[in-house]
Design a binder for this molecule. Structure first.
Ligand code: UGA
Length: 439
């Protein structure tokens, strides 16, 4: 029987013999070093033990890492620090304060509402997926503003069930201010599925979480004036027809109203839907007409102004952000409680829908001339007939319900609001207000 060494090193002429000899001498050297090796062995054991304990601490720290999200190449969420930030952001600092999960917190309305709540001492945790429907750097800048007021925004999607469950594990939210959505009326023709993803699937995921939460939060969410669609009875009242949407965007918001109704009916969730009317103001949305017109006018680029049939100007009930924020906060304060818990209804809960508008529609050409005055520059207007892309010719809110039940009273007219917007725009994008050209 060949010695073990021969089995391990089969007889191959040449090189292997040298290796064998080398190994034999190595073995002898190892035997000589046995005593010192045992010491090394102990050290190695010690090091392994150290590594194992480090790794288990690390995995504990990263216990939330299953909630990691890759959004815009950024990695977010998870871990003890992350949980601490959420808990601290959710802390209430006033008597009878509320704890609100604000979805779409890095969005236009979300940022303003989060700040308003935080400033009065409520607990606020934001969530936003920072998608690139419009320049994400603006969302990040809003987020930095929130951060400076100690509002923490989780980078994640409302479609992420496990993330939502984790947030509700960490915080007993009394309210959800649901503002995350795929916005924009005309973009729905380009990217229809993003509307279904956020405004339908995302909404259902969020409601599923809310219905199973114990306690269940009350929900206030953003519907839209667009649900009135082809309604031509003015002003638009909540009881008017909303079964003729003109765009997929409007259809998903109308679907949201129906979906929230079922969750109210089956699970006892308190629901308030707010039909916003063309909200504008500082930190606004670059995809909206007042914002893109401002940018183009300043850059000397043409703007496209749509006109309705028979050369009738389009009009909107433009509503200033501060008024909308007051309506949102009042809705939270008057929401009443959800009655269910852990997925079971225990009684009826409020289901409300309110128009939040300004009650005085302004035509698009008038909007342009107010901007021209503020920017001290004439627009290069390209007037075209409104394409069949989901737009409606006009909107006009009847706000008597909101006035009665929320004490909602819009205070800012379009010239005042646009002056504030332009001031913000010039400073945010680094224009020198005093050196604006005069035409
Ligand atoms: O009130 C609402 O429910 C909706 O308000 C806005 O939708 P919209 O009123 O269409 O706001 P803009 O996109 O800013 O358009 C305002 C007006 O300017 C017109 N417009 C828009 C863009 C353009 O290039 N030219 C132009 O004349 C539109 O036809 C419209 O009459 C928001 O974009 C929606 O997310 C929101 O839900």
């Amino acid at each position: 029987m060949p010695p073990l060494e021969d089995e391990l090193f089969p007889s191959t002429p040449g090189k292997i013999k040298i290796e064998r000899a080398h190994n034999l001498s190595m073995n002898r050297a190892l035997q000589r070093c046995f005593t010192s090796t045992s010491t090394m062995f102990l050290w190695a054991l010690f090091l392994i033990a150290l590594m194992v304990s480090y790794m288990s601490i690390q995995s504990f720290v990263d216990s939330g890492s299953r909630y990691l999200h890759h959004t815009n190449s950024r990695v977010h969420g998870g871990g003890i620090v992350w949980e601490k930030q959420i808990r601290s952001s959710a802390q209430i600092r006033r008597h009878n304060g509320i704890t609100v999960l604000v979805t779409g917190a890095a969005g236009f309305v979300g940022t303003h509402v989060s700040l308003a709540l935080k400033k009065r001492g409520d607990g606020v945790v934001g969530i936003d997926n920072f998608n690139d429907y419009y320049d994400p750097s603006l969302k990040k800048a809003r987020c930095a503003l929130l951060d400076s007021h100690n509002v923490f925004v989780v980078d994640g999607d409302i479609n992420d069930r496990r993330l939502l469950a984790k947030l509700f594990d960490l915080v007993a939210f009394t309210h959800v201010m649901h503002l995350a959505a795929q916005a924009g009326v005309r973009y729905a023709m380009e990217n229809p599925h993003s509307y279904v993803h956020s405004n339908v699937a995302g909404l259902v995921t969020l409601l599923e979480q809310c219905k199973s939460a114990d306690p269940q939060p009350a929900i206030v969410w953003a519907s839209s004036s667009s649900v009135y669609g082809l309604n031509d009875k003015t002003p638009f009242s909540e009881s008017d027809r909303t079964d003729r949407p003109a765009s997929l965007y409007a259809a998903t918001k109308k679907a949201g109203e129906a979906i929230t109704h079922t969750y109210n009916h089956i699970y006892g969730l308190s629901i308030t839907g707010l039909r916003f009317f063309t909200v504008y103001g500082p930190w606004g949305r670059p995809d909206m007409a007042y914002f893109s017109f401002t940018r183009n006018i300043l850059q000397g680029k043409p703007i496209t102004v749509y006109r309705g049939k028979n050369r009738v100007d389009l009009a909107r009930d433009f509503t200033y952000i501060d008024d909308i924020v007051k309506g949102c906060v009042a809705s939270l304060d008057t929401s009443g409680k959800s009655t269910g818990s852990g997925g079971k209804k225990k009684g009826g809960a409020p289901y409300r829908i309110f128009n939040l508008g300004n009650t005085s529609p302004v035509t698009v050409p008038t909007l342009v001339s107010i901007l021209e005055k503020n920017l001290k520059k004439k627009a290069k207007k390209n007037v075209v007939e409104m394409p069949g892309n989901g737009d409606v010719p006009f909107t006009h809110a009847n706000i008597s319900s909101a006035r009665r039940e929320l004490g909602y009273k819009p205070m800012t007219d379009l010239p005042t609001g646009l002056r504030k917007f332009v001031k913000w725009y010039l400073s945010y994008y680094g224009y020198d207000h005093h050196s604006l050209p005069v035409n």
